[in-house]
Ligand binder design. Structure first.
Ligand code: NOJ
Length: 533
């Protein structure tokens, strides 16, 4: 059982480890090559044994799947590909039985163009839902109203013949943006949240919150002088008027109010790719915002002790008094951890993620050391790669199926999966690593167990101890306990000096109970977690 400090402030999500399940690629239970809810239910024991506390489930709602579920056609039904409401009930029950919390995706920025709301809105300029989306007249030349660009390539405006107007879409043209200035939209989306809260979810991961509202006058975005050929075309412009607009905060507060109207502690997590000073404003000035505005900065910060130490210090300093920190190492939209920093360094990364102050989020397969999988051109599925090919933006490589066993198709499915399997599934799969002392999976299990058991890791202060060319060292302190974490972020050995203490866990080459004091040699890619005397 996890340590949870007593008192009114004791929110489970502060002390939880969140595990992201991308359901298409977790477990296929019906032999169609795509994962589903029943598959997730079948694997709940794995998650409970791993030692995580909450699952965040990427979308499973009815959808034409142009953006693999992030294009919702009906918010309150389950896509038949993933199962049905009975499966969802089983999932909720299965989580409860194992003490796991269930967080679902909530996608407020846009819907599918097949959603009833959009079909009505585009049907005429007099339809009651005419203002549910972001419509504008053509520009003077008859073209789009301004220069805004889609995140997924091309203009962010698509012309609709019937209305004779353009609609705005931050992502695909088949993902029209909802108009959050319209109170009916706020109410309708609140009802979506209520629907899932009534069915027992413990919270939401809110998609693309920085995109929620655009400038009301729709001025052109300025050109980005740093953009060069070969970079993401969406970055040609500075997204001054299309992301992080002040009005988004009221919309988040409205979501928060829905959660607050339910008993018990529920969590609201926001997906926002923003600089730290902007990100922290999403806690809300008085805590009326997100519990956890996702902190993605470990995914983009250079993997060096100095850069990471500066990141941690800047983030810690920037948090408002009511802001609880959180850290993310990877997700379904970014290159895999093992591909970014190398497999040998992933244990150090895990030790960092799980010993920093705040709530960590793991992405499925990272605990196995899964790397990006090269996707042959004829198997590319991601619309981003299809629209903007060849720049390395595609997300399929990070979305390949979980590797469960030596069975055909790695135990993920009984048929060829929707994306190719990792070529090293035989070495990495769960069954193989579970039996292996010293495997990455065993290391994750040990680390997660230690985190649960140590108040200093759950709730302690963060104190930087040393930053060198190779080493990052810090303490976590609580209730008179001092834990020291020493990480060699490089492939070379190095010496470091530590105060007297005993090893609780190491990535490799040191055993629990070993006493250390003074100069200590760190092996390449070695991390050590010690209790100081
Ligand atoms: C963020 C999601 O994580 C990503 O997968 C999706 O494509 C975009 N939002 C658009 O919904």
């Amino acid at each position: 059982m996890a340590f949870v400090p007593a008192g009114p402030d004791a929110a489970w999500w502060k002390y939880a480890v969140i595990y992201q399940v991308y359901p298409r690629s977790f477990q296929d239970s019906n032999g169609d090559g795509v994962g589903d809810l029943r598959g997730v239910v079948q694997r709940l024991d794995y998650l409970a044994d791993l030692g995580v506390d909450a699952l965040w489930l990427s979308p499973f709602y009815r959808s034409p799947m142009r953006d693999f579920g992030y294009d919702v056609r009906d918010h309150v039904s389950i896509d038949p590909l993933f199962g049905d409401m009975a499966d969802f009930r089983d999932l909720v029950r299965g989580c409860r039985d194992r003490g796991l919390r269930l967080i679902v995706d909530f996608i407020p920025n846009h819907v599918s163009d097949e959603h009833l709301w959009f079909r009505e809105s585009r049907s005429s300029r007099t339809n009651p839902r005419r203002d549910w989306f972001v419509w504008r007249d053509p520009g003077e030349d008859g073209g789009p109203p301004n220069n805004w660009r889609s995140e997924f390539g091309g203009p962010a405006w698509t012309f609709d013949e019937t209305r004779g107007q353009y609609y705005y879409h931050a992502f695909l043209s088949s993902q029209p943006d909802l108009n959050w200035r319209n109170p009916d939209v706020v109410e309708a989306m609140g009802n979506v949240m209520r629907f899932w809260l009534d069915r027992g979810v413990d919270g939401f991961r809110v998609d693309a919150i920085h995109h929620l509202i655009e400038h009301a006058e729709a001025p052109d975005n300025p050109h980005n002088p740093a953009w060069r050929e070969g970079m993401d075309p969406a970055d040609r412009l500075i997204k001054l008027h299309t992301v992080d607009q002040p009005e988004a905060h009221a919309a988040v507060a409205a979501m928060r109010a829905v959660l607050a109207s339910y008993p018990g502690e529920r969590v609201l997590i926001g997906e926002a790719y923003l600089p730290i000073d902007r990100l922290v404003t999403y806690y809300g000035a008085a805590g009326e915002g997100f519990d956890l505005p996702f902190n993605f900065h470990l995914m983009s910060t250079p993997w060096t002790p100095t850069a990471i130490a500066v990141l941690i210090a800047t983030y810690e300093r920037s948090l408002p008094d009511h802001g609880w920190p959180n850290w993310v190492l990877s997700n379904h939209d970014r290159s895999r951890l093992a591909s970014r920093i190398g497999l040998a360094q992933t244990r150090v990364a895990a030790m960092l993620l799980l010993t920093l102050r705040g709530t960590p989020t793991l992405y499925q397969g990272d605990e196995l050391g899964m790397a990006d999988v090269a996707i042959p051109v004829d198997r590319v599925r991601d619309p981003l790669e299809l629209n903007v090919p060849g720049l390395g933006l595609g997300r399929d490589p990070a979305r390949t199926p979980m590797l469960w066993s030596d069975a055909p198709f790695a135990g993920f499915s009984t048929v060829e999966p929707w994306l190719p399997l990792s070529p090293n599934h035989a070495a990495l799969n769960v069954a193989r690593q579970s039996d292996q002392e010293g495997s990455l999976l065993s290391f994750y299990r040990a680390l997660l167990a230690l985190r649960r058991a140590e108040p200093a890791l759950l709730d302690g202060d963060y104190v930087e101890v040393a930053v060198t060319e190779q080493v990052l060292a810090y303490e976590r302190r609580a209730l008179g306990q001092r834990l020291l974490i020493v990480l060699n972020l490089t492939a070379k050995p190095t010496a470091t000096v530590v105060q007297a203490g005993v090893v609780l866990l190491a990535t490799h080459d040191r055993v629990q109970g070993e006493r250390l004091e003074g100069e200590v040699m760190l092996a390449p890619h070695q991390g050590i977690l010690m209790r100081l005397r």
